[in-house]
Design a protein. Structure first.
Length: 76
């Protein structure tokens, strides 16, 4: 299951709180502390090629698209 997919089954457990809590305990994706999945692009959700300097938190693709809008200049 993907991270966005595990919540879909919760609709089935509305009237069964004990089963619902057990399902959440065993199927909820854990919070990452290290690795590639910890840093995601805030705009598109990609994992690789992150620009975290100055608190931007964008992938290089999104950064190229909106760099001039947020005040960066292209020098070449």
């Amino acid at each position: 299951m993907t991270a966005s997919d595990w919540r879909k089954a919760l609709k089935q457990f509305k009237k069964k709180p004990a089963i619902r809590n057990k399902y959440i305990k065993h199927n909820k994706p854990k919070e990452r502390t290290t690795g590639i999945a910890k840093k995601k692009c805030e705009r598109c959700g990609r994992f690789g090629a992150m620009i975290n300097k100055y608190g931007i938190n964008l992938c290089r693709h999104c950064f190229r698209e909106i760099a001039e809008e947020i005040g960066f200049k292209k020098y070449s």
